[in-house]
Ligand binder design. Structure first.
Ligand code: NAD
Length: 342
């Protein structure tokens, strides 16, 4: 699992990758990463980006169909990661064996008029069964769950892992990075800033009003009018629906989600490699609010969540938004937990 690169090769490849702004020459741990749902709209471009990540030594592509072709295609790219395709449940064990990170974009996306919760009936069992296989075959892997509704699929994953006796809340993440990426893009656009330099933490969950951008904590520090705050917050909350409408029945965000997913996985890999102070927001088991899962900025380390950085100082507008989202969040979490308890 551990490949040795020369420091200069590693540095030059990794610095071209998603989210890598600087990398010390001492990070040489390379990892096996699995993408479950790898043939899909998110899965394919995400796998492409991961194939180009110098911290990935083996890339395992799993789906119910078409992965052999996707893997053959990607394997012709002259980067280090060795790519293998696995199709169908009888190959899942092999796909997962020895994985350090498993990223899950398997399941159906929204069509116009649907909420993320409308996906529950189809995606809940997909995530349950895939996480069950992770518990069996790579119980120590970091799990990055993209499949919606994230506010329920992350509790589902946790309950499955608990049943199997391998639950570690520090290793289970709901991927909310796309909300941060969107917030950064929209703020940069509104304030004519370089989007690469903007960081807006986004807390809460990943659906509608549970998505709470902390514009008051934007770096570099930016001044907004009340009207701007309201408009930007609503646009960030509805950004997924903006894409669903624009795609007019052909799916939801795939390319921007692949970018965001690759950034999140890259951060996990950097943290696994020993890079200090790697920070990302993600939806995790949490005691920061009354909601038992909540997204906040986290410091990632070799064992997953190293430190929860909490809410920070909220504006009145943001505090109200947190109060307003708690009951929806708690219901979505309960729905996920009860699904596994059944
Ligand atoms: N977290 C986020 O920010 C975010 C953003 C966008 C989309 N999503 C979600 O990501 C999911 C995937 O979206 P997409 O656009 O890639 O959908 P898609 O339909 O294009 O691809 C989904 C893939 O999952 C596969 N799949 C279905 N059942 C499976 C199983 N049991 N095992 C393995 N693979 C299986 C399908 O064959 C397909 O290839 C959706 O649930 C969507 O709502 C999340």
């Amino acid at each position: 699992m551990v490949a040795q690169f020369t420091a200069s090769t590693l540095l030059s490849i990794a610095s071209r990758n998603i989210g890598v702004r600087s990398l010390s020459t001492s990070f040489q741990r390379c990892s096996k990463v699995a993408v479950l749902g790898a043939s899909g709209g998110i899965g394919q471009p995400l796998s492409l980006l991961l194939k180009n990540n110098a911290l990935v030594s083996q890339l395992s592509l799993y789906d119910i169909a078409h992965t052999v072709g996707v893997a053959a295609d990607l394997s012709h790219i002259n980067s280090k990661a060795v790519v293998n395709g696995y199709a169908g449940a009888d190959q899942l064990k092999q796909a997962l064996s020895g994985c350090d990170v498993v990223v899950i974009p398997a399941g159906v996306p929204r069509k116009p008029g649907m909420t993320r919760d409308d996906l529950f009936n189809t995606n809940a069992s997909i995530v349950r069964d895939l996480v069950d296989a992770c518990a069996e075959n790579c119980p120590k892997a970091m799990l990055a769950i993209i499949s919606n509704p994230v506010n329920s699929t992350v509790p589902i994953a946790s309950e499955v892992l608990k049943k199997k006796g391998v639950y570690d809340p520090k290793r289970v993440f709901g991927v909310t990075t796309l909300d941060v990426v969107r917030a950064n893009a929209f703020v940069a656009e509104a304030k004519k800033l370089d989007p690469n330099t903007v960081n807006v933490p986004v807390i809460g969950g990943h659906a509608g009003i549970t998505i709470i951008p902390l514009l008051s904590q934007t770096t570099p520090s930016v001044k907004f009018t009340n009207e701007e705050i309201d408009k930007l917050t609503k646009r960030i909350q509805d950004a997924g629906t903006e894409v669903v409408k624009a795609k007019a029945g052909a799916g939801s965000a795939t390319l921007s989600m692949a970018f965001a997913g690759a950034r999140f996985v890259n951060s996990l890999l950097l943290a696994l490699s020993g890079k200090p102070n790697v920070t990302e927001c993600a939806f995790i088991k949490s005691d920061v609010t009354e909601s038992s899962y909540f997204s906040t900025p986290l410091v990632l380390g070799k064992n997953g969540v190293e430190k929860n950085l909490g809410l920070g100082k909220l504006s009145d507008y943001e505090q109200k938004a947190v109060n307003a989202c708690l009951s929806e969040l708690k219901n979505s979490i309960k729905k996920g937990e009860q699904f596994v308890g059944k």
